[in-house]
Design a protein around this ligand. Sequence first.
Ligand code: ADP
Ligand code: MG
Length: 305
Amino acid sequence: MQITAEHLTYVYNPGSPFAVKALDDVSLTIEEGEFFGIIGHTGSGKSTFVKHLNGLIRLPSSQKHYKKPKAKKGQPAPVEPSLTVGEFDLADRKTDFRALRKKVGMVFQYPEAQLFAETVFDDVAFGLKNFEKGLKEEEIEAAVKAAIEIVGLDYAAVKEVSPFDLSGGQRRRAAIAGVIVTKPEILVLDEPAAGLDPLGKREIMELLHRLHRDWCKTIVIVSHDMDEIAENCTRAAVFSEGKLVCALPPKELFLKAEELLSLGLDIPLTAKLCAALAKRGVSVGCDFTVDGFVRAVLGAKGEKR
Ligand SMILES: Nc1ncnc2c1ncn2[C@@H]1O[C@H](COP(=O)(O)OP(=O)(O)O)[C@@H](O)[C@H]1O
Ligand SMILES: [Mg+2]
């Protein structure tokens, strides 16, 4: 399923003194199969954008009592935002948003805060029963077991355990299991590694690659961590003040170091090292992964690999 947003604009509390334009004319396509990153400083509209993807935030035209904006005299009709996810037209009120949510899994920031059931099994099963009624006991068990295993937890060891007795990283993985248990085609995660220690972060990124390979066709992550973006993403979109600045593969994106820094964003360590080497007259062109950087440096030194 491809995601296509055109002229997506969103205002919180429209028409009130508290109105905030959170998205401003965003046009962006995310292809099926991508591992797509979204970056931008706090308040740039990242979360607002991803909440559109499963209909959590609805386009005005998909809401009741919507009136098409009229053209002002002598001016062309205003462009209306559009958003499609695969066959789902999210601008249309008649769209089956429940079916959409089954295809587009959404993992919020700190998802473990939403765990509530008495056991890990019940929590993960809840995500499934919510979407599919009338499943047989053994079907539920098989799906829950598969979801718990793919997130890297030991099914026998955790199924009867309270989520609150797990470690922070395990809790987060249990929460992710509760989302992916429906086998969504697209998995969206808002800051999936935030607040974890380095090992927990690494495990989450490994998990996302495993899911990308075996479970969900497309992964979309919001991240502050530029090393994570450089290392993992096919492309990344940069948001600033509700606008899309660009959407590029990391090896092109991080050539724009100055622009990113001026937007208050960081660049990956590899990009900093390339810049420091360039100052000393050593130019290494690399894709900004650690591995690519090492290969480029060895190449620049003329060493045989
Ligand atoms: N529920 C809300 N009500 C009013 N304003 C909001 C709400 N959620 C977000 N905003 C505002 O919308 C803008 C974009 O927010 P958000 O999408 O959360 O950005 P990000 O995820 O990049 O930090 C910010 O100015 C934020 O304060
Ligand atoms: Mg956010």
